[in-house]
Design a protein around this ligand. Sequence first.
Ligand code: CO
Ligand code: ZN
Length: 335
Amino acid sequence: MEALIKELVEIDGPSGEEAAVRELIRERIEQSVDRTFTDNLGNLFALREGPAPLLLFSAHMDEIGVIVTHIDDHGFLRIAPVGGVRPHLLLGQRLRFKDGLLGTVYHEKIKDLKELDWSKLYLDIGAADGETARKHLRIGDMACLHQPFVNLGRRYLAKAMDDRSGCAVLIEAARRLPRSLPQGVCFLFSVQEEVGLRGATTAAYRLEPAYGFAVDVTSVGDTPEAPLMAVALGKGPAIKVKDRSVICHPRVRDLMIATAEQEKIPYQLEVLELGGTDAGAIHLSRGGVPSGALSIPCRYVHAPSEMIDAGDLRHAVTLIEKLASRAWPLPEKEI
Ligand code: CO
Ligand code: ZN
């Protein structure tokens, strides 16, 4: 699992440019499913065929990043966020473009850090002048944080744990599924979650699942003077009750809780006041899809180093495996 996470977080996939991540995931999951396919937006579907009702498990492939908006004659670049990036977290960071080109972020003269916004930030790729910079980069090129994966013992540190850790959970759960399943299961690796749940929107429409589940990271309240939140690292994956994008279907949520308890998997309950997940798009598809979400507790979400707990990850895999292999009622009946 550690090796899988490491390879997943160390490649780049800003929203809209998920191809490298998609091809790696396809290689890693192919043997565990009946077939894989993609759609026009770049979503990757990995399907285990089976009778109705179809279960959809979604983790997003994309990560936050920046996009080049301007190149000046001295070779300095201006950038804008792709997804929820806060400018102060980029100061001094290294960013990497698709072809491997690196640069560092710094700021113009400011009196106070409070003045720091995107207009004060620039990216320096070491180009002698604008002409040289333009040979390598164009307006619209995207870059991601450049940070290695680190194993801290019980915990892992890396960029893009949001949501490659969720991708790893689905890949690992798919490997462990029994040969025969009571119903069909589709693992979705979605695109463009960070810019508005866009991949999950079209994927859910296409698949018409009976039930939807997102697997993503969530914030925690266990760090110094953190906003009050009843989720901590190391206490098990969090069964989502609500975030800004979805109120999880109470009976899906209760079946998730019952499964965790039957299997003696530690879990927490999550109310996330800011942020959303793919479940926000899936549950609004067509006539509505009863949906839930399993969250991996994560410190410093959208910062250059996001921290997760190895035990939470292991338990998340087991819970997804059990949810995918238990029998779910047909949605026409009361669930
Ligand atoms: Co995110
Ligand atoms: Zn996410």
